[in-house]
Design a protein around this ligand. Structure first.
Ligand code: ADP
Ligand code: MG
Length: 488
């Protein structure tokens, strides 16, 4: 059996105030071309680069988060090639001595080894206007700090590539080193794929570029594994080449063959001093690493005993997770509703789960078009906790809670006022509910007969009718008990 051998090379634009070697702004959202430029990033002769410490710190922080060894002494090198978007004729990069080496990131049941992470500068951008016989170049991106991460070929399929890329993207967002938006080119993935020979040796690898989403990267891997398997089974050879990904057709296309390695004539950058970071400085960066996604997953499931799927949503959507935590802390200290007892400690997970449900399902569903995140809502964590505590104590029914939530979202009014204004308080008073139940029994003789002959669905029906009769305010458990006892 041939085994797929897959490795990744990932470029990430760092989020810094200024560019890698000059004080031009690093603004990925700049709409006007050639605004954030200066003689240094335009590569004018006689200019001198200066190292951006913020960028170096961010790469070291990433390396630490990915369990890498951090080099105390490194230096930059020139990588020479000619292209219109590279005005100097060389890219300042790292080659012999990357800032970070020998790390790993764990995905489900597997350790993916990280070979190296180094720091370099991005090139400008070329535009090819449709139908024109010229191209345009925008140097806003030229000289933007770019981090390159190379993995060992430890992947075997697209699903693993996807897991790794998603987790890496999340980690970079948690660290604040990059927004890592693939559509904006802030994160760019290249995959290398080969199949092992029958004797287990690695085969010729093919590189795939032009991947504009994590999904595309995963799909291209699976496509390419199949393509290479079919070729090898027909007795054909795999050419070493670079292929592009056609997202609409879902196929890879040959772009250029890579017969020989390009000679970049690397040599140490003479205009920059070597970089030295002693262990104290590295430790200081380490101490600034915030909670990482995996730590958060573990903490959320321990602290709030939420199911994995809820935890995952609060980890991926960090803002929503933070909002949930604010609500949870309000719940724990909630003493505004003097008439309601604080739930005992053992009951707290139920309140957390209730809060989580309303946050994930209800709020997102009813306000999908407008709810872009917690910043976007008039509902304070305290109001949310208030609602959850009332639902927990059955002061309002779950259908009334949806009305309250919707109204809170739209008006920012407190649950108390909404419940009063709309007369939503749940009726648990048996005497009051008895008259409702008696009416429903009188109006639905057939359902009563059916229930007596053992049809449990009829009980549900009668409860539903009684709920409607009470305009959704009756306590459904009490209704059910009353219906059973009155029919008997
Ligand atoms: P190159 O010099 O062509 O850039 P590298 O050795 O730097 O090659 O490796 C680039 C990427 O390709 C790494 O992610 C590495 O894990 C992966 N890789 C190396 N050899 C193979 C192979 N035979 N099959 C698949 N991936 C490979
Ligand atoms: Mg390489």
């Amino acid at each position: 059996m041939r085994k797929a051998v897959i490795g990744l090379e990932i470029h990430v634009e760092l989020k810094t105030k200024t560019k890698m070697f000059c004080d031009s702004l690093n603004d990925p959202d700049e709409k006007h071309s050639n605004i954030n430029i200066c003689p240094i990033c335009l590569g004018h002769p006689g200019t001198l680069p200066v190292i951006n410490k913020e960028a170096v710190n961010k790469v070291i922080m990433t390396g630490l988060a990915l369990n890498c060894h951090i080099a105390e002494d490194t230096f930059f090198e020139r990588k020479h090639y000619f292209y219109p978007d590279l005005p100097k004729g060389y890219q300042i990069s790292q080659y012999q001595k990357p800032l970070c080496e020998n790390g790993h990131l764990d995905i489900e049941n597997k350790k993916i080894r990280i070979t190296r992470i180094h720091l370099e500068e991005d090139a400008g951008r070329l535009y090819h206007p449709a139908g024109a016989d010229y191209s345009l170049v925008d140097y806003n991106r030229a000289g933007v700090p770019l981090m390159e991460l190379v993995t060992e070929p430890d992947f075997e399929n697209g699903a693993e590539v996807r897991q790794f890329a998603e987790e890496l993207q999340l980690i970079m967002r948690y660290l604040g080193v990059s927004d890592a938006d693939m559509e904006k080119g802030q994160m760019r993935i290249e995959v290398n794929i080969s199949l092992t020979k029958p004797n287990g040796e690695w085969g010729t690898k093919v590189e795939i570029k032009n991947l504009n989403s994590i999904k595309a990267a995963a799909n291209s891997v699976d496509y390419e594994v199949t393509r290479q398997t079919e070729l090898l089974e027909k007795g054909e050879e795999i050419k070493q080449e670079t292929r592009g990904w056609d997202d609409t057709k879902g196929i890879t296309i040959s772009q250029r063959s890579k017969e020989e390695a390009q000679d970049y004539r690397y040599f140490p950058e003479p205009d920059l001093p070597p970089l030295h970071y002693d262990s104290d400085e590295v430790e200081a960066i380490k101490s600034r690493i915030p909670e990482l996604p995996d730590q958060r997953r573990r903490r959320f499931s321990n602290q709030y005993t939420l199911p994995v799927s809820d935890v995952e949503i609060f980890t991926t959507d960090k803002e929503l997770g933070n909002y949930f935590e604010d609500v949870a802390s309000e719940i724990l200290t909630f003493d505004k509703l003097k008439h309601l007892k604080m739930p005992p400690i053992g009951e707290q997970p139920k309140l957390f789960k209730l809060a989580s449900n309303y946050l994930i399902t209800e709020l997102s569903r009813m306000a999908a078009a407008v709810f872009a995140g917690p910043k976007d809502t008039k509902i304070t964590p305290e109001m949310f906790a208030d609602l959850v505590v009332r639902v927990f104590h059955k002061e309002i029914s779950s259908s009334a809670a949806q009305t309250v939530l919707k109204e809170m979202f739209e008006t920012g009014k407190s649950p108390e006022n909404i419940i009063k204004d709309k007369d939503l308080a749940q009726i648990s008073d048996t005497v009051e509910l008895e008259s409702v139940v008696e009416k429903v029994i009188a109006d639905n003789p057939k359902a009563v007969v059916d229930f007596k002959s053992g049809k449990t669905a009829s009980l549900k029906f009668l409860v539903g009718m009684a709920m409607r009769e009470s305009r959704g305010r009756a306590n459904p458990q009490i209704l059910e008990e009353l219906i059973k006892s009155i029919i008997k």
